[in-house]
Write a protein that binds this ligand. Structure first.
Ligand SMILES: [Zn+2]
Length: 472
């Protein structure tokens, strides 16, 4: 093994005893981003991150204001010839409710069974600390600097959808120039089972309103002679999908490339106990397009789902009303190639084209749209990351996808022109966004080792991965 790697790993093993205390100090700050009352705690958490970066030796640390919560930027420019990586993470946390279900106070962290319990321990304070610890260890071992240019970008609004991040990235393009972004927010497939998240789906949706008469009407007086907005809405929605879940909205699939064999094989190789999963959700079998496996439907195929429908009488018993209006919310998870705005247009056209005569329909775009993200499975960074994780965990990682929407990776790509590698260590049982969230003390160390190995490989073998696009 390379001497400098050996030395950095030795620093990690010497320092690991203090990792849990450090995390508990960070978790003690109740940096809940949804609640304006916690604004002083947000400031305190940003200051804590800035202080921790400085302690790690990061020479240029700035807390930068945004229209919302500040971004902490820590720059370690070692040598312009070396590769530059951005490390992304967030210091804000979810609200701790429901409080009564916590075994210890969410913001008075406790160490039990080798785990630090507290809100934010896993999402994402453990992840942020791991990245800082790794850079710190490399600098200590390397005689003062980490041997690679690192820019920490730690935001305070991830749990509220990062509303100010795109503008921040756009405005700070110059100082955020990098060869790669690494997200310290995310996780692995299972406890001790490493994986690399290579893609996430996008999101787009509309709220549909159907209006008929100018008031609710008596069905005994008008029923059978006027259009019923709820029935009209039901028909519009039913026409969006066939009986096997194939989406029938014209233009919806525009731009989607065929799934290649390598992706299909990787998706189907994700170890999943399908029986246990079905038992867990109380269903007998999966549903949907038979041309794709259930896992493919869940992570790499687009969806169209009704999230809510309402209108008319919803109370106990009977009320023979003809509602004057009906509403629904429809959202779609998108895959690479789909443009959220084009999907909204396709949905709107479908709604209008399928509305019966004499009702008025509108489709209004819902907030929270985003594009899908997919790293090429053969990207050399994934190979280096896989090797680093395998060495730290003693087990090869495999690619996984999140079926959800994580706009940040796609924003790094579209605004900064860098791929975003998810390299994070949270485990599925960590209780993210739930009571009794925790992070394993052992994971603080394994994650730090894995990150040291990755950064070291990126620094030592730049020709293996840097500027791949230009070479290709
Ligand atoms: Zn997070």
């Amino acid at each position: 093994m390379n001497d400098s790697l050996q030395a950095a790993l030795a620093v990690v093993s010497d320092s690991a005893a203090s990792y849990a205390d450090d995390l508990m100090e960070f978790v003690r700050i109740p940096s809940v981003s949804t609640d304006p009352e916690h604004r002083p705690d947000i400031e305190a958490a940003a200051a804590w991150v800035a202080g921790r970066l400085a302690l790690a030796g990061v020479p240029e640390v700035r807390t930068m204001e945004t229209p919302g919560h500040p971004v902490v930027l820590g720059r370690w420019q070692v040598d312009p010839e070396l590769p530059t990586v951005i490390v992304y993470g967030h210091y804000d946390v979810q609200p701790p409710d429901p409080l009564e279900l916590w075994e210890s106070e969410p913001f008075e962290p406790e160490l039990r069974d080798g785990k630090v319990f507290g809100r934010g321990a896993s999402d994402d304070k453990g992840g942020v600390l791991i990245a800082i610890q790794a850079v710190e260890a490399m600098a200590r071992a390397g005689g003062g600097d980490p041997g690679i240019n690192v820019t920490f970008l730690i935001e305070g609004e991830e749990e509220v959808g990062s509303p100010n991040l795109p503008v921040f990235l756009d405005q700070q393009r110059e100082i955020l120039k990098a060869d790669l972004a690494i997200s310290a927010d995310g996780g692995i497939h299972g406890v001790g089972i490493p994986s690399l998240t290579v893609g996430s789906r996008g999101l787009a949706g509309v709220q549909i309103t159907v209006r008929g008469a100018n008031a609710d009407l008596h069905s005994g007086m008008y029923g059978g002679a006027v259009p019923n907005p709820l029935m009209a809405l039901a028909k519009i929605l039913a026409g969006m999908q066939d009986d096997q879940g194939r989406i029938l909205v014209d233009g919806f699939h525009d731009g989607i490339p065929d799934l290649d064999a390598a992706t299909m094989a990787a998706v189907d190789a994700i170890p999943e106990d399908e029986r246990a999963e079905l038992d867990h959700i109380g269903l007998k079998r999966w549903w949907g397009d038979p041309a794709y496996s259930p896992m493919a439907r869940r992570v790499v195929r687009p969806t169209l789902e009704i999230n809510g429908m309402w209108g008319g009488f919803q109370g106990e018993g009977i009320k023979t009303v003809l509602p004057k209006e009906a509403h629904a919310k429809v959202t779609c998870r998108l895959v690479v190639g789909q443009d959220p705005d084009a999907v909204v247009t396709a949905l709107t056209r479908h709604v209008q084209a399928n509305a019966p005569e004499d009702v008025e329909v509108t489709a209004t775009p819902l907030a929270g749209k985003g594009k899908a993200y997919q790293m090429p499975l053969d990207h050399p960074v994934l190979r280096l990351a896989g090797e680093a994780m395998a060495a730290a965990y003693g087990r090869e990682p495999f690619p996984v996808w999140t079926g959800g929407t994580v706009p940040v990776a796609e924003q790094f790509q579209s605004l900064l022109g860098t791929w975003c590698l998810y390299y994070a260590f949270g485990e599925p049982d960590n209780g993210l966004h739930a009571p009794n969230e925790f992070f394993r003390v052992g994971t603080l160390r394994t994650g730090t080792e894995a990150t040291v190995r990755l950064l070291h490989a990126l620094a030592q073998r730049p020709d293996d991965w840097r500027r791949v696009e230009e070479v290709a």
